[in-house]
Write a new protein. Structure first.
Length: 241
C-alpha cells in the first residue's frame, strides 16, 4: 500500500473512446468497477469523464448524475471528480447551464484555465460547494490564473503536459504556479510518452500526481496495461522505491 506522502489520483478514462483500450470504462457500472479497482490499488481519488453510450464525453446531467451516483454507491467516501472539458460542450453558456443542472454532485470538478468561460465556471463550481481542480497547460494560462481571484480558492492545481514534455518544461511551469502563492497543492502529470517520466519526476519533487487510462495505455516497461488498477499499482510501486 502507498505511504502517506504518496498521492496518486486515478484518471480512469479521459476523452479516449472505447476503441483505444478494451478496458476503457464507459457505462456507469464500468466506471464504478474501475474506480473501486483503482482505489484498491492505491489511488486516493478518482477523476472520470461521464460518457454517452457510444463513449463520447458528456457534461449533461443525464450522464453525469448516473456516473457519479454509480461510483458513490460502489465506493462511498472515495473523493470523486469529473471533467468540465470544453470539447464536450463547446459553448461557455451552455456549459454553465449543464453544470447547474447536475443533481448528483461530485466532490470536485476539473477545468482547464485556458478554455473559454473557465473563470465563470470556477465561480459556479465554488458556489455549488465543489472543489475546483484547475488545469494549467502553459505559461500564459499559469499567469492568467495566478492573477485571478480563483487562485486562492482551488482544491488543486494540475500542471498538465503533452506527450513530448520533459522535466525542464514541468519545472518551469511549476515555478510559475508556485509563485502565485496559492494554498492549493500542485499535481504534475503527463500524457502518453511523458506520463511515466513526469510521474516519476512528481515523486522527486514531492508533488501530487495521477495515472490511468486517460494518461497512458502502457505500463512503465511499455507493456500494455490491463486496466486502471495495473497502472495505479505500477505508479505506487514506482513512487515507493
Amino acid at each position: 500500500m502507498p505511504t502517506a506522502k504518496i498521492y496518486v489520483k486515478a484518471c480512469i478514462n479521459g476523452a479516449r473512446t472505447p476503441d483505444a483500450h478494451p478496458g476503457l470504462p464507459v457505462t456507469p457500472q464500468q466506471l464504478a468497477d474501475e474506480a473501486v479497482a483503482a482505489h484498491r490499488a492505491g489511488a486516493k481519488a478518482v477523476h472520470l469523464h461521464p460518457k454517452t453510450a457510444d463513449g463520447v464525453d458528456s457534461l449533461l446531467a443525464e450522464q453525469v448524475d448516473a456516473a457519479v451516483a454509480a461510483v458513490r454507491h460502489a465506493a462511498p467516501g472515495l473523493p470523486l471528480g469529473v471533467t468540465t472539458g470544453y470539447w464536450a460542450l463547446p459553448d461557455a453558456q451552455q456549459r454553465l447551464r449543464a453544470v447547474q443542472s447536475w443533481s448528483v454532485l461530485p466532490d470536485f470538478a476539473s477545468l482547464n484555465w485556458h478554455e473559454p468561460g473557465s473563470p465563470e465556471l470556477a465561480k459556479l463550481l465554488l458556489s455549488l460547494g465543489l472543489g475546483v481542480e484547475v488545469g494549467i497547460f502553459h505559461a500564459e494560462a499559469a499567469q492568467s490564473w495566478a492573477a485571478s481571484e480563483i487562485a486562492d480558492h482551488c482544491l488543486r492545481v494540475m500542471v498538465e503536459l503533452g506527450p513530448d514534455a520533459d522535466t525542464g518544461t514541468a519545472d518551469e511551469l511549476i515555478a510559475l504556479v508556485s509563485a502565485a502563492g496559492s494554498p492549493a497543492p500542485i499535481l504534475l502529470h503527463g500524457l502518453d510518452g511523458s506520463a511515466w517520466p513526469l510521474l516519476e519526476h512528481a515523486g522527486v519533487l514531492g508533488v501530487q500526481t495521477r495515472i490511468g487510462l486517460e494518461d497512458t495505455l502502457v505500463l512503465p516497461d511499455g507493456a500494455p496495461a490491463g486496466g486502471n488498477a495495473d497502472l495505479v499499482g505500477a505508479a505506487v510501486a514506482l513512487l515507493s522505491r
